[in-house]
Design a protein around this ligand. Structure first.
Ligand code: UFG
Length: 345
């Protein structure tokens, strides 16, 4: 049985959809940023706080957990610059509590969601796992601290882990049942699509004076379903003993500027965006592009979904969201899952 911490969130819920095909899943989430409607009905759902030992004890004492996948984190770069305490409390201290309870119950397999933000300002065009880690914001630092803790725990306690460093996760599930939905939304692709659906007046482009081909930031966008496949391969590598510890970058290996992403969204939707160039956002590096050669070589993973298809899947989801919001059925779905939860506690 696999415990998915943060399984009601954007990335966690997509991984659950893959996992549930072959194994039993327990989702643990406090629904602070996740959604009741994103909880897979075939999984067991426990609502609880990662930082509370008693909530975690309830899970580990009830279920026989083989491995933990940990997605619960705050992940907004600018917010982390403004309120670092929140990031060290929720991303570092709470994860330490989780690791402590795992050790107590002898659960040693761990998959950790890390980020490209640990690299800071890259010195090379393609970031490999060997590239210098020098985060320029508290969010990146909070993730790097856990990576280092995992190294120490593996030496001292025999912890087995895979760290997955995501570049820019985007897109939605092929079913359009789940997709990206943050409140407030800060991510580029959902913001552009919300604008093209008439929910925002314009798209603000943060900075046009970066040292890039068109002056806007370059990122490597990776579909959540591609991320999900990497998680399954990593889990199998741990459970079969193929890997004791590993760290992998997950990206497409192609960088798109903010302007290029807007143009790609216009091409997919056939709609024209209104853009306004504004100041740089705090904590943003100019360019982040992955080399994912290592996971390709060791586990046979390669991203399959390119930017236009990523945007198409997100577009289907966002159009559906608009319909659901009109009918108020999202609220209903949230209520339904939370009611069902009582069966399991
Ligand atoms: N951007 C805009 N306008 C917007 C929103 C974003 O110009 O309205 C720009 C950002 O400045 C950035 C790019 O679009 O240059 C992508 O921004 P996102 O907010 O979509 O994503 P980030 O690159 O900030 O963050 C993502 C993940 C983080 C991860 C980070 C690595 O969400 O978890 O990549 O830097 F840490």
């Amino acid at each position: 049985m696999i415990l998915v911490v943060g399984g009601a969130g954007y990335i966690g819920s997509h991984i659950v959809k893959e996992l549930i095909k072959s194994t039993k899943v327990v989702i643990f989430d406090n629904l602070s940023t996740g959604h009741g409607w994103a909880v897979d009905n075939n999984a067991i759902f426990i609502q609880g706080d990662l930082g509370k030992e008693e909530d975690l004890e309830k899970v580990f004492s009830t279920y026989s957990i083989d491995a933990v996948m940990h997605f619960a984190a705050n992940s907004l770069v600018e917010e982390s610059v403004i309120n670092p305490w929140k990031y060290y409390e929720n991303n570092v201290a709470a994860t330490l509590t989780l690791l402590k309870i795992m050790m107590k119950y002898g659960v040693k397999n761990f998959i950790f969601s890390s980020t490209a933000a640990i690299y800071g300002i890259p010195k090379e065009d393609f970031l490999t796992e060997q590239s210098l880690t020098n985060p320029i914001n508290p969010y990146g630092r909070s993730k790097l601290i856990i990576e280092q803790i995992l190294e120490d725990f593996s030496q001292a306690y025999g912890m087995r882990y895979v760290v997955l460093r995501y570049f820019n996760a985007a897109g939605a599930h092929e079913s359009s049942l789940i997709g990206e939905s943050h409140d407030p939304e800060t991510h580029l692709i959902p913001i552009i699509l919300q604008h093209l659906l008439g929910k925002r007046e314009k798209v603000l482009v943060f900075g046009s004076d970066y040292n890039t081909r068109d002056g806007t930031c370059i990122r490597d966008y990776i579909h959540v379903t591609d991320l999900a496949h990497a998680h399954i391969l990593s889990l199998n590598a741990l459970l079969t003993g193929k890997k004791q510890t590993a760290t992998y970058n997950l990206g497409n290996g192609t960088g798109y500027s903010v302007k290029e992403v807007i143009e790609a969204c216009e091409a997919v939707t056939g709609r024209q965006a209104t853009i306004e160039y504004v100041e740089r956002r705090m904590g943003d590096p100019s360019q982040l592009i992955a080399s994912s050669e290592k996971i390709n070589r060791e586990l046979g993973w390669k991203a399959k979904i390119k930017l236009p298809e990523i945007i198409e899947s997100a577009w289907s989801w966002h159009k559906k969201m608009v319909g659901l919001e009109k009918e108020n059925s999202l609220e209903h779905a949230d209520w339904f899952v939370i009611k069902n939860r009582d069966r399991y506690l």
